[in-house]
Design a protein. Sequence first.
Lengths: 116, 113
Amino acid sequence: DTGVSQNPRHKITKRGQNVTFRCDPISEHNRLYWYRQTLGQGPEFLTYFQNEAQLEKSRLLSDRFSAERPKGSFSTLEIQRTEQGDSAMYLCASSLTGDASGNTIYFGEGSWLTVV
Amino acid sequence: GENVEQHPSTLSVQEGDSAVIKCTYSDSASNYFPWYKQELGKRPQLIIDIRSNVGEKKDQRIAVTLNKTAKHFSLHITETQPEDSAVYFCAAMAENSGYALNFGKGTSLLVTP
Protein backbone atom coordinates (compact mmCIF):
# COMPACT_ATOMS: atom_id res chain seq x y z
CA ASP A 1 0.00 0.00 0.00
CA THR A 2 1.60 3.20 -1.18
CA GLY A 3 -0.90 5.62 0.33
CA VAL A 4 -3.11 8.10 -1.48
CA SER A 5 -1.74 8.80 -4.94
CA GLN A 6 -2.44 11.92 -6.99
CA ASN A 7 -1.49 12.98 -10.49
CA PRO A 8 -0.38 15.08 -12.07
CA ARG A 9 1.60 16.58 -9.22
CA HIS A 10 1.96 19.88 -11.02
CA LYS A 11 -0.10 21.50 -13.75
CA ILE A 12 0.32 24.89 -15.39
CA THR A 13 -2.56 25.91 -17.60
CA LYS A 14 -3.80 28.97 -19.40
CA ARG A 15 -6.89 30.72 -18.15
CA GLY A 16 -9.98 29.29 -19.77
CA GLN A 17 -8.59 25.80 -20.26
CA ASN A 18 -9.97 22.69 -18.58
CA VAL A 19 -7.88 20.56 -16.24
CA THR A 20 -8.45 17.17 -14.67
CA PHE A 21 -6.79 15.66 -11.61
CA ARG A 22 -6.85 12.02 -10.64
CA CYS A 23 -6.77 10.48 -7.17
CA ASP A 24 -6.20 6.85 -6.24
CA PRO A 25 -7.14 6.30 -2.59
CA ILE A 26 -5.65 3.80 -0.21
CA SER A 27 -6.81 0.35 -1.26
CA GLU A 28 -10.21 -0.58 0.23
CA HIS A 29 -10.85 2.91 1.61
CA ASN A 30 -14.48 3.61 0.84
CA ARG A 31 -14.46 7.32 1.60
CA LEU A 32 -12.69 9.81 -0.64
CA TYR A 33 -12.39 13.55 -0.15
CA TRP A 34 -11.19 16.52 -2.17
CA TYR A 35 -9.77 19.59 -0.46
CA ARG A 36 -8.18 22.78 -1.77
CA GLN A 37 -5.29 24.54 -0.09
CA THR A 38 -3.84 27.95 -0.86
CA LEU A 39 -0.59 29.34 0.50
CA GLY A 40 -0.76 30.14 4.19
CA GLN A 41 -4.18 28.56 4.67
CA GLY A 42 -5.50 25.29 5.95
CA PRO A 43 -7.12 22.82 3.57
CA GLU A 44 -10.71 23.69 2.62
CA PHE A 45 -13.26 20.93 2.09
CA LEU A 46 -14.64 20.63 -1.44
CA THR A 47 -16.51 17.33 -1.70
CA TYR A 48 -16.72 13.81 -0.35
CA PHE A 49 -17.66 10.37 -1.72
CA GLN A 50 -18.72 7.23 0.05
CA ASN A 51 -18.03 4.50 -2.49
CA GLU A 52 -19.33 5.92 -5.78
CA ALA A 53 -21.90 8.26 -4.22
CA GLN A 54 -21.06 11.94 -3.87
CA LEU A 55 -22.62 12.71 -0.51
CA GLU A 56 -21.50 16.22 0.30
CA LYS A 57 -20.40 19.28 -1.65
CA SER A 58 -19.07 22.55 -0.31
CA ARG A 59 -20.34 25.90 -1.51
CA LEU A 60 -16.75 26.40 -2.68
CA LEU A 61 -17.43 23.88 -5.43
CA SER A 62 -18.76 26.12 -8.18
CA ASP A 63 -20.48 24.86 -11.33
CA ARG A 64 -17.10 24.80 -13.08
CA PHE A 65 -15.95 22.03 -10.75
CA SER A 66 -17.07 18.44 -11.10
CA ALA A 67 -15.89 15.36 -9.29
CA GLU A 68 -16.59 11.73 -10.06
CA ARG A 69 -15.84 8.37 -8.58
CA PRO A 70 -17.51 6.06 -11.10
CA LYS A 71 -16.50 2.67 -9.72
CA GLY A 72 -15.96 3.62 -6.12
CA SER A 73 -12.20 3.42 -6.47
CA PHE A 74 -10.25 6.27 -8.12
CA SER A 75 -11.72 9.75 -8.46
CA THR A 76 -11.29 12.64 -10.86
CA LEU A 77 -11.71 16.35 -10.22
CA GLU A 78 -12.27 18.46 -13.30
CA ILE A 79 -12.12 22.23 -13.42
CA GLN A 80 -13.62 23.82 -16.51
CA ARG A 81 -12.79 27.28 -17.84
CA THR A 82 -10.06 27.77 -15.27
CA GLU A 83 -9.59 31.15 -13.62
CA GLN A 84 -6.53 32.56 -11.88
CA GLY A 85 -8.31 32.21 -8.57
CA ASP A 86 -8.35 28.45 -9.07
CA SER A 87 -4.58 28.36 -8.55
CA ALA A 88 -4.06 26.21 -5.47
CA MET A 89 -3.04 22.77 -4.32
CA TYR A 90 -5.81 20.21 -4.68
CA LEU A 91 -5.55 17.55 -2.02
CA CYS A 92 -7.22 14.18 -2.14
CA ALA A 93 -7.73 12.11 1.01
CA SER A 94 -9.31 8.80 1.94
CA SER A 95 -10.58 6.96 4.99
CA LEU A 96 -12.20 3.65 5.88
CA THR A 97 -15.65 3.36 7.40
CA GLY A 98 -15.60 1.23 10.48
CA ASP A 99 -11.83 1.46 10.84
CA ALA A 100 -10.76 0.96 14.43
CA SER A 101 -9.29 4.42 14.36
CA GLY A 102 -12.64 5.83 13.33
CA ASN A 103 -12.50 8.47 10.65
CA THR A 104 -8.73 8.79 10.33
CA ILE A 105 -8.21 10.67 7.09
CA TYR A 106 -5.03 10.19 5.06
CA PHE A 107 -3.96 12.80 2.52
CA GLY A 108 -2.19 12.51 -0.78
CA GLU A 109 0.73 14.72 -1.80
CA GLY A 110 -1.56 17.05 -3.69
CA SER A 111 -1.78 18.39 -7.22
CA TRP A 112 -0.50 21.92 -7.67
CA LEU A 113 -2.45 24.00 -10.17
CA THR A 114 -1.15 27.27 -11.57
CA VAL A 115 -3.44 29.20 -13.90
CA VAL A 116 -1.63 31.83 -15.97
CA GLY B 1 -21.06 25.86 9.82
CA GLU B 2 -18.03 24.98 11.87
CA ASN B 3 -15.41 27.68 12.45
CA VAL B 4 -11.99 26.66 13.77
CA GLU B 5 -9.63 29.33 15.11
CA GLN B 6 -5.97 28.52 15.68
CA HIS B 7 -3.31 30.43 17.61
CA PRO B 8 -0.56 31.44 17.35
CA SER B 9 0.04 31.74 13.63
CA THR B 10 3.80 31.53 14.17
CA LEU B 11 5.78 30.08 17.04
CA SER B 12 9.53 30.00 17.57
CA VAL B 13 11.09 27.91 20.35
CA GLN B 14 14.54 26.75 21.32
CA GLU B 15 15.37 23.10 20.89
CA GLY B 16 14.35 21.21 24.00
CA ASP B 17 11.61 23.65 24.99
CA SER B 18 7.90 22.89 24.83
CA ALA B 19 5.50 24.23 22.22
CA VAL B 20 1.76 24.71 22.69
CA ILE B 21 -0.76 25.44 19.94
CA LYS B 22 -4.37 26.21 20.77
CA CYS B 23 -7.57 25.88 18.78
CA THR B 24 -11.19 26.76 19.39
CA TYR B 25 -14.24 25.54 17.51
CA SER B 26 -17.80 26.75 17.24
CA ASP B 27 -19.97 23.70 16.50
CA SER B 28 -20.89 21.88 19.68
CA ALA B 29 -21.67 18.79 17.56
CA SER B 30 -17.98 18.40 16.64
CA ASN B 31 -16.57 15.30 18.25
CA TYR B 32 -13.37 14.42 16.36
CA PHE B 33 -10.26 16.61 16.55
CA PRO B 34 -7.14 15.63 14.60
CA TRP B 35 -3.84 17.46 14.32
CA TYR B 36 -1.82 17.42 11.12
CA LYS B 37 1.81 18.33 10.47
CA GLN B 38 2.69 19.68 7.04
CA GLU B 39 6.22 20.25 5.80
CA LEU B 40 6.80 22.57 2.87
CA GLY B 41 5.43 21.06 -0.33
CA LYS B 42 4.36 17.87 1.42
CA ARG B 43 1.07 16.28 2.36
CA PRO B 44 -0.60 16.96 5.71
CA GLN B 45 0.28 14.03 7.99
CA LEU B 46 -1.82 13.04 10.96
CA ILE B 47 0.23 13.19 14.16
CA ILE B 48 -2.44 12.71 16.82
CA ASP B 49 -6.20 12.88 17.21
CA ILE B 50 -8.74 12.90 20.00
CA ARG B 51 -12.43 12.21 20.32
CA SER B 52 -14.87 13.96 22.60
CA ASN B 53 -15.18 11.06 24.99
CA VAL B 54 -11.55 11.60 25.98
CA GLY B 55 -10.00 14.63 27.68
CA GLU B 56 -6.35 13.97 26.96
CA LYS B 57 -4.26 11.74 24.76
CA LYS B 58 -0.50 11.33 24.65
CA ASP B 59 1.91 9.78 22.18
CA GLN B 60 5.56 10.07 23.19
CA ARG B 61 6.46 13.78 23.00
CA ILE B 62 3.07 14.83 21.65
CA ALA B 63 -0.12 15.31 23.64
CA VAL B 64 -3.53 16.76 22.92
CA THR B 65 -6.04 18.05 25.45
CA LEU B 66 -9.72 18.72 24.85
CA ASN B 67 -12.15 20.87 26.81
CA LYS B 68 -15.59 20.27 25.30
CA THR B 69 -17.32 22.71 27.61
CA ALA B 70 -15.09 25.54 26.51
CA LYS B 71 -14.83 24.20 22.95
CA HIS B 72 -11.09 24.30 22.79
CA PHE B 73 -8.28 21.82 22.27
CA SER B 74 -4.54 22.14 22.37
CA LEU B 75 -1.44 20.44 21.01
CA HIS B 76 1.57 20.10 23.29
CA ILE B 77 4.99 19.14 21.99
CA THR B 78 7.67 18.54 24.61
CA GLU B 79 11.45 18.36 24.15
CA THR B 80 11.16 19.95 20.71
CA GLN B 81 13.67 19.05 18.01
CA PRO B 82 14.60 20.90 14.80
CA GLU B 83 12.73 18.25 12.79
CA ASP B 84 9.52 19.33 14.53
CA SER B 85 9.71 22.53 12.47
CA ALA B 86 6.67 22.55 10.16
CA VAL B 87 3.17 23.97 9.86
CA TYR B 88 0.67 22.38 12.24
CA PHE B 89 -3.06 22.36 11.54
CA CYS B 90 -5.86 21.57 13.93
CA ALA B 91 -9.20 20.39 12.60
CA ALA B 92 -12.67 19.52 13.82
CA MET B 93 -15.34 17.22 12.52
CA ALA B 94 -18.89 16.37 13.58
CA GLU B 95 -18.88 12.65 12.79
CA ASN B 96 -22.63 12.33 13.09
CA SER B 97 -23.50 15.11 10.66
CA GLY B 98 -21.08 14.83 7.82
CA TYR B 99 -17.47 14.00 7.26
CA ALA B 100 -15.89 17.31 6.33
CA LEU B 101 -12.83 18.24 8.34
CA ASN B 102 -12.77 21.96 9.11
CA PHE B 103 -9.20 23.19 9.48
CA GLY B 104 -7.62 26.04 11.34
CA LYS B 105 -5.29 28.36 9.44
CA GLY B 106 -2.18 26.70 10.75
CA THR B 107 0.75 27.46 13.04
CA SER B 108 4.23 27.72 11.61
CA LEU B 109 6.55 26.22 14.23
CA LEU B 110 10.26 26.89 14.09
CA VAL B 111 12.58 25.02 16.43
CA THR B 112 16.02 26.57 16.56
CA PRO B 113 19.06 24.55 17.67
